[in-house]
Design a protein around this ligand. Structure first.
Ligand SMILES: [Zn+2]
Length: 353
């Protein structure tokens, strides 16, 4: 049996007006879970859209996508009475809410408040420990029913999330194509790989303009297209492909680099990953795409050298490279990659212009 869940979504400055129609057939009682800032940014337009429903419970999800927060919300008697859940927030809030919905067998609808990950549409929750460290991936029985995206809400968030989201999204295409290179793909993986081009070309073409607009908190066609790349295209790839094709060296190097504990305090996930994309293209001798990603990164200020990640070329990076090479993201790639290959690519990138 093969099952696939492609994202359903509504996007636009009037997107929330569709909630009544889309959610109406699931019942009248809803539990509203949100991140504080996300709710503040969307409340004014969201609440009128919910006027025909009964909000039986509302709550800030917490600060971490942890089982402690999931258990607390899951055990709330009011939440148990809800017909469905609406989650308003970034990745962590959505991951908590999706998990609660899964455990209580309630449909989950998402309102994406930042364009940084595809959490609003995917069938997994990334769970952290209470201290913020990664715990595990929780696999859900189904994906969120529908995702509502109001670009005005997204552009009201700090532009850095959008910026890093572009880096993570471009990696999706580069890594998917690379890891699937030598394989004959089944329909679903081929579907995902084909869609992955939409994680890449629209950002190279429109990402600079989109980012400039987001910095001014302005919505434009470019902003909307890049939001769709970040949330919908990436989500479609994740939902469709065999997990082998989700990531490769760009993410393995991200995990390697985060061995330096300060790394994630100073730099965002997608920012670090976008450096890894350049390294992967160098290891793979893909000169044509290296040129394009390098020029794009440079134009928007995503990393193009070690200094951009507060590292020095004199640093042997042994701990980073050791962790990179053993990362499971490299279990399925077209040829083995060793430490020397990664180190040499890092050195070459330092001289690339
Ligand atoms: Zn990522």
């Amino acid at each position: 049996m093969k099952q696939n869940y492609l994202p359903r979504y509504t996007i636009g400055s009037d997107a929330f007006k569709a909630i009544g129609n889309v959610c109406g057939s699931y019942g009248k009682k809803l539990a509203l879970l949100y991140g504080e800032k996300a709710y503040a940014a969307s409340r004014e337009k969201l609440l009128p859209a919910l006027k025909d429903f009964e909000i039986v419970h509302e709550e800030v999800y917490g600060k971490e996508a942890s089982y402690a927060n999931i258990e607390r919300i899951k055990n709330n008697e009011e939440v148990k009475k809800a017909d469905f859940i609406i989650a308003v927030g970034g990745g962590k809030c959505l991951d908590v809410s999706k998990c609660v919905g899964d455990m209580l067998d309630k449909p989950v609808f998402t309102v994406a408040s930042i364009a940084s990950t595809c959490a609003a549409v995917t069938k997994i929750s990334i769970i952290h420990n209470d201290d913020g460290s990664f715990k595990e991936i929780y696999r859900l029985k189904s994906a969120p029913v529908h995702c509502f995206i109001d670009p005005e809400v997204i552009v009201s968030a700090p532009a850095k999330y959008f910026w890093a989201g572009m880096g993570d999204t471009m990696a999706k295409h580069v890594e998917c194509v690379f890891s699937a290179k030598n394989d004959v793909l089944d329909f679903e993986s081929e579907l995902g790989r084909t869609i992955s081009i939409l994680c890449y070309e629209p950002i190279i073409a429109k990402g600079y303009k989109a980012y400039e607009d987001v910095k001014k908190h302005t919505v434009s066609e470019e902003v909307e297209d890049v939001i769709k790349s970040i949330i919908i295209a990436t989500g479609s790839v994740s939902l469709s492909v065999n997990p082998d094709y989700n990531s490769a060296l760009a993410h393995a190097l991200y995990y390697g680099l985060t061995v330096r504990e300060w790394m994630e305090r100073k730099h965002l996930h997608g920012e670090i990953v976008s450096y890894g994309t350049l390294i992967q293209l160098l290891v793979d001798n893909n000169e044509k795409e290296l040129r394009r990603v390098y020029d794009f990164n440079k134009s928007v200020g995503l990393p193009v050298c070690l200094k951009d990640l507060d590292l020095e070329i004199s640093d042997p990076l042994d701990d980073v490279l050791d962790a990179t090479i053993i990362n499971p993201e490299l279990d399925h790639i077209p040829y083995p990659i060793d430490k020397k290959m990664v180190r040499s690519a890092i050195e070459k990138l330092e001289d690339y212009k």
